[in-house]
Design a binder for this molecule. Structure first.
Ligand code: GDP
Length: 369
């Protein structure tokens, strides 16, 4: 009969099977009254939110509920995986509600970065993704920078609205929520809300001083990101933890760069030119001849080309090849979701290819740096 029980904090159906999913409640918590899920329990008792995740369909259903409300939406994205973490179609679901785009993890970009250029780039990419954003705030939860500006923007646009925070997994959403709780919340009030009778809530409502709420939505899982595919150990390899040091390669056509055993980049055709790799410093780069590359991977994946280990490579999908013809004068990035990008510095044109496990998003985009 546990299935019938709902959290008296957020309204979600309670379950005690999967800690990463909404509604998780340890068995012993069922003996307390009122019963609340672990996420609500943590917020209430420790002022701390934790990450839970949902699949895309469920997430879109949750988003749809925002469309009918007066809301300010904070969409948090990861600058290291912008196209992998932006929620395309967000606008369709949330209606005319204003969106603040919080671009997190900017501490990962190189120390010398033209932030105005990055901001303009974000604005343009957001527009191309169909988002109408009121404001773009560059921030780093890790360095605790940019948040003051974000809080200012929240004040500026919130008016009489609740604040919904949405984002993909691993973008830093819990870190941000925790900051908002500390700055805005009045946790002497109850988390419980039943202001919208008949609606399924299953989003955590954190009361604000003024009677409004911050609503923490579960993180959406996008399986097209490398970071969703690898083992926890390899996740620590591909996610940079300090500013990236761009690695510049002068290549002739017919040369390949391996990113450990995670993927490879082929320079197939074009004049000698430079390519800049923006990946985690823990991913070893290995230059070789294109004609030898298949054989090298077949014989040395998980050994010379590691990480991942042989064992972990076997658990990843087979590689597929994505070929791109870069036109003259088009300064662009070859973006690999969750792994990083290769900047093509050319002004002469090139044919290039990327090999990565099937399902990972690979695309050409205007260069960010
Ligand atoms: P959530 O899944 O969106 O709730 O994200 P978390 O707040 O749990 O953060 C996910 C991962 O990103 C953790 O490993 C964090 O340490 C890391 N992270 C969060 N914010 C930042 C940031 O500003 N910079 C960097 N470099 N890492 C961050």
């Amino acid at each position: 009969e546990q299935e019938a029980l709902r959290c008296s904090g957020c309204g979600i159906s309670l379950q005690s099977e999967d800690q990463g999913k909404p509604g998780y409640t340890p068995k012993q918590a069922f003996e307390r009254e009122p019963i609340i899920c672990q996420r609500c329990f943590r917020i209430k008792n420790y002022n701390e939110s934790s990450s839970v995740t949902v699949e895309q369909d469920e997430f879109l259903r949750l988003l749809g509920q925002i469309g009918g409300k007066q809301a300010l939406v904070i969409h948090i994205v990861d600058i290291f995986d912008f196209q992998g973490s932006v929620i395309s179609g967000l606008q369709r679901f949330i209606g005319n509600n204003p969106v603040l785009l919080a671009v997190n993890k900017i501490d990962l970009l190189p120390k010398v970065t033209n932030w105005n250029k990055v901001r303009n780039w974000v604005q343009k990419e957001a527009k191309d993704a169909g988002l109408k954003v009121e404001d773009v705030v560059l921030c780093s939860a890790k360095q605790n920078s940019g948040f003051d500006r974000l809080l200012e923007a929240v004040d500026e646009y919130r008016g009489d609205r609740d604040v919904y925070v949405v984002g993909a997994t691993n973008v830093g959403k819990s870190t941000l929520i925790n900051r908002l709780i500390r700055d805005y919340s009045d946790l002497d009030q109850e988390l419980t809300v039943s202001r919208y009778p008949g609606t399924t809530l299953d989003m955590v409502h954190i009361p604000l001083d003024d009677g409004k709420y911050i609503i923490d939505t579960p993180g959406i899982v996008y399986p097209s990101r490398y970071s969703e595919l690898v083992s926890p150990q390899d996740l620590g390899v591909i996610l940079p933890d300090k500013p990236m040091k761009p690695a510049v390669y002068q290549l002739n056509e017919g040369q390949t760069i391996f990113f450990g055993g995670f993927g490879r980049f082929d320079f197939i055709q074009g004049n000698r030119q430079s390519f800049t790799c923006f990946v985690s410093g823990r991913v070893p780069l290995h230059r070789t001849k294109l004609e030898k590359a298949d054989e090298l991977f077949a014989n040395h994946a998980g050994e010379l080309l590691n990480p991942p280990s042989k064992e972990n490579i076997a658990k990843l999908p087979e590689w597929t090849r994505h070929e791109f013809r870069i036109t003259k004068g088009n300064k662009c990035d070859l973006f690999i979701s969750g792994l990083g990008w290769i900047k093509i510095n050319n002004d002469q044109g090139a044919i290039v290819a990327v090999h990565v496990p099937k399902g990972i998003k690979v695309m050409v985009r205007p260069s960010i740096i």
